[in-house]
Design a protein around this ligand. Structure first.
Ligand code: ADP
Ligand code: MG
Length: 477
């Protein structure tokens, strides 16, 4: 194939991109390559069968028309699925253009086939970026204790880890959200360990920060292509703490990576401290893509689950410290009083262990009471209901509950309504869209606006701040 052919192809790609727009282009055509041009037939390749059939049924005529605009002699387009064989490198001068399509024509990298082979990424910087974030050997499925609040998340995680390359992807992405210390990272790393041990598919675990850092440094060393190409060698991409993903260009890269992986039938797993609908800084399209798989929430650890986690941890600690013995009543006491999250449970046990090791004193209830005192939080506040908030706020401001839910925009209703929405967001675990629905079917952006408004006001307006404190106290009593 001549350079002239490649140049022609570059122009065809430009036309195609201009016609269908950047989004459609990068979703479907970014990984299309020119294989051959012979006697009026253009042979193009794509990496997956799915892409092939989609392009064939939706864009075949478009592609042909774009070719004919460049070369009138072309009469036929043939689409093939390229195999995993390494192909010839493309001439260097073509690379910048191909870069624009997020694509590396043929290269040092194996085409993605999701197999478990290591990626042959030449550049050490890229290698560094792609090595994944460090894993903690203790965070496995074996050490993950299942209880009411995490049954579904654990089952979904196991299913993802056990899936084979040939299995259809059941839910994509798998999106797990929960508060701090409730086991997200544990579950994600468990998927990574188990998936890689099975050897079927390469599982890459990245924190959102690492993802950003990887891209930033890869872009800086101009190896974004290599980065992207190598990403394609991944069977399962696991991203932790998505709420930290920041910056427009990072998000655009994230969006493309997500689309490329999902469209190619790769599994994506994500953890975040909030549901997709509340990732406010993310683009709507990314959010809807995230919400389009399976979204699972893990609730707080109940007392029983905390007790089981503690028992498991003591057992694990004893493999290194055989003399470490914690009587069950002590564990029961910790499970009852250290209610906040899994990290505090770990902290509590570490203190007992340290005390035991350093002083040689046996662990007793008295010692435990002393050691963990500052980890004990005041009783969990009562669960507040949105109806209660509406009732109490309406009474306080002398309006009716239906005023709050109505679309009236007079000042005497607008402010109480904002206060009520603000309280709903701060005192309940309801999401913005749900709060919007409960306030007469409002949009989540309206709720967000109200929350920000009140947050802004209480900083300066002492009277309002006090009013809100009083309302909170009434509601939590
Ligand atoms: P997150 O990422 O949600 O903030 P982590 O996964 O880091 O939380 O969990 C915090 C600590 O609690 C870790 O030590 C973890 O092993 C432990 N933990 C949380 N949930 C469980 C569980 N279901 N079984 C065992 N350990 C758990
Ligand atoms: Mg975490």
């Amino acid at each position: 194939m001549s350079n002239a052919d490649q140049d022609g192809w570059t122009r065809v790609r430009g036309r195609l991109r201009a016609e269908v727009g950047d989004d459609v282009y990068s979703s479907w055509f970014a990984r299309m390559d020119l294989e051959a041009l012979e006697e009026g037939t253009v042979r193009l390749s794509v990496p997956t069968r799915f892409l092939k059939s989609w392009i064939q049924s939706h864009y075949a005529e478009r592609v042909l028309a774009c070719w004919q605009a460049e070369a009138a002699t072309v009469t036929r387009i043939e689409l093939i699925v390229r195999s995993a064989v390494l192909r010839q490198a493309v001439p260097p001068k073509l690379k910048p253009e191909l870069a624009a399509g997020g694509h590396d024509g043929g290269s040092r990298f194996p085409n993605s086939n999701g197999n478990g082979r290591p990626m042959s990424v030449g550049d050490p910087g890229v290698h560094e970026a792609l090595g994944g974030s460090p894993l903690d050997a203790r965070l496995t499925f074996d050490s993950f204790v299942v209880g009411r609040s995490n049954t579904l998340a654990q089952a979904a995680a196991k299913q993802v880890a056990a899936a084979r390359r040939v299995d259809p992807v059941m839910f994509n992405p798998l999106y797990i959200h929960a508060g701090v210390g409730l086991g997200k990272t544990h579950l994600l790393q468990a998927i990574t360990w188990a998936g890689n041990a099975a050897g079927e598919r390469k599982v890459l675990y990245l924190t959102a920060e690492k993802f950003m850092y990887g891209f930033v440094s890869a872009l800086r060393t101009q190896t974004a292509l290599a980065f992207k190409e190598a990403l394609r060698g991944i069977g399962v991409l696991v991203i932790d703490d998505l709420q930290f993903l920041q910056g427009k260009s990072t998000q655009a890269e994230f969006c493309h990576t997500l689309n490329a992986l999902i469209d190619a039938g790769r599994q994506v797993v994500i953890a975040s401290d909030r549901p997709p609908s509340e990732l406010e800084s993310l683009d709507d399209r990314v959010r809807s893509r995230l919400a389009g798989g399976l979204v699972v929430e893990m609730g707080g650890l109940g007392e029983e689950l905390r007790f089981e986690i503690l028992k498991a941890r003591v057992l694990a600690a004893r493999s290194h410290h055989p003399s470490f013995d914690v009587p069950l009543p002590v564990l029961a006491y910790i499970a009852k009083t250290v209610t906040h999250n899994g990290r505090d449970l770990e902290g509590a046990l570490n203190r007992l262990l340290a005390h035991n090791k350093l002083t040689g004193h046996a662990v007793t209830l008295e010692m435990a009471e002393r050691e963990v005192r500052d980890l004990i939080r005041p009783q969990e506040p009562k669960r507040v209901k949105i109806e209660d908030i509406q009732r109490v706020v309406a009474r306080q401001y002398n309006v009716s509950r239906s005023d709050l839910l109505s679309s009236r925009r007079t000042a005497n209703v607008v402010r109480p309504r904002q206060v009520a929405m603000y309280l709903a967001k701060t005192l309940t675990l309801r999401s913005l869209p749900e709060i919007g629905r409960r306030f007469g079917g409002r949009d989540h952006t309206t709720v967000l606006h109200a929350v920000r408004k009140i947050e802004g006001l209480v900083g300066n307006d002492m009277a309002l701040a006090e009013e809100i404190e009083i309302l909170k106290r009434q509601l939590q009593e």
